[in-house]
Design a protein around this ligand. Structure first.
Ligand code: ATP
Length: 224
C-alpha cells in the first residue's frame, strides 16, 4: 500500500518553512513520498498578487530537487474552479486505489479547517499531520482537536510525535513538533518589495529563479 504525504499551499513563493517541515515529516512518518501541490485557484486567498502557476511550480521544483522523495503535483492546475483540498484528496484516492494519505498542514490552518469546503470531512480521506508554527500553537492544537472532534481518542505519544489522536473514521491526527521557522511567504514578499535580501529565507535555487524573473515578481507582488 502506497503511503503518500501531501503538502498543499499557494507557495507564493516556496520558502524554507515549507521544505524543512516536509523533510521532518518524511523522516518521522516515512511515507513513500511527499507531494507538494501548488494551488491553482486558492479559495481563501487573494489572487491579485499570486504569481503565475508555472512560475510558482518552477520554484517549487527547484526547492524540491535535492530531495528524491519530494515530488511536485500539478493536479490542481488540471481542473477548473477553486482548488479544494477535499477534491484533491478524492482525486488521489481515485488514481491511487488503496493508498494511505497524510495531509500536512500548519497549526494555523488546522484552526480554519471547519471553514474549508467539506473541511471537517477531510479527516475521512487522510490522516492529518499538524505542524506547530509558533510556541502558542501547542496548546491551541490540542484544544482545537478536542473541540472539533470530541470523539477523538488520544493515543500513547511516541517520539518524535507530540500526540496522536484517533478519530472515529479510523484516521489519525498526528502532531509533529519540529524546529519552528517563523517564516511565511508574506514575510518573503514584504522583504523583497522593500528591496531587502531574502537569502536563507528561500533556498538558493529559488532565489536564482526569483532574480531571473525579478520584474514579473515585483510587478505581481506590488498588487498585493
Ligand atoms: P502566506 O504568507 O502567503 O499566507 P505561507 O507562508 O503560510 O503563505 P502557504 O503556501 O500558504 O505558505 O503554506 C502551505 C502550507 O505550509 C500551510 O499548511 C502552512 O500552514 C504551512 N507552512 C507555511 N509556512 C510554514 C512554516 N514556517 N512552518 C510550518 N508550516 C508552514
Amino acid at each position: 500500500m502506497q503511503r503518500i504525504g501531501i503538502l498543499g499551499g499557494t507557495f507564493n513563493p516556496v520558502h524554507i518553512g515549507h521544505i524543512r517541515p516536509a523533510v521532518e515529516v518524511f523522516e518521522a512518518l516515512q511515507p513513500d513520498r511527499i507531494d507538494l501541490i501548488p494551488c491553482a485557484s486558492p479559495p481563501h486567498k487573494a489572487e491579485s498578487n499570486l504569481l503565475p502557476f508555472e512560475l510558482r511550480a518552477k520554484m517549487l521544483a527547484a526547492a524540491a530537487a535535492p530531495f528524491p522523495y519530494l515530488q511536485i503535483s500539478h493536479i490542481e492546475n488540471e481542473r477548473p474552479g477553486p482548488s479544494y483540498t477535499y477534491d484533491t484528496l478524492t482525486a488521489y484516492h481515485a488514481s491511487n486505489p488503496g493508498c494511505s494519505l497524510f495531509f500536512i498542514l500548519g497549526a494555523g490552518d488546522l484552526v480554519t479547517l471547519p471553514d474549508w469546503h467539506k473541511g471537517m470531512q477531510i479527516p475521512n480521506l487522510a490522516d492529518l499531520v499538524v505542524l506547530p508554527r509558533s510556541g502558542r500553537d501547542v496548546e491551541t492544537v490540542h484544544s482545537v482537536i478536542r473541540d472539533s472532534w470530541p470523539d477523538a481518542v488520544k493515543e500513547q505519544e511516541k517520539a518524535p510525535l507530540a500526540a496522536v489522536y484517533r478519530l472515529p473514521s479510523g484516521h489519525k491526527i498526528h502532531f509533529l513538533p519540529q524546529p519552528r521557522l517563523d517564516i511565511s511567504a508574506t514575510l518573503v514578499r514584504e522583504r523583497w518589495l522593500a528591496g531587502r535580501n531574502v537569502t536563507y529565507l528561500v533556498p538558493r535555487a529559488v532565489l536564482d529563479i526569483m532574480l531571473e524573473h525579478r520584474e514579473t515578481i515585483t510587478a505581481c507582488w506590488s498588487r498585493g
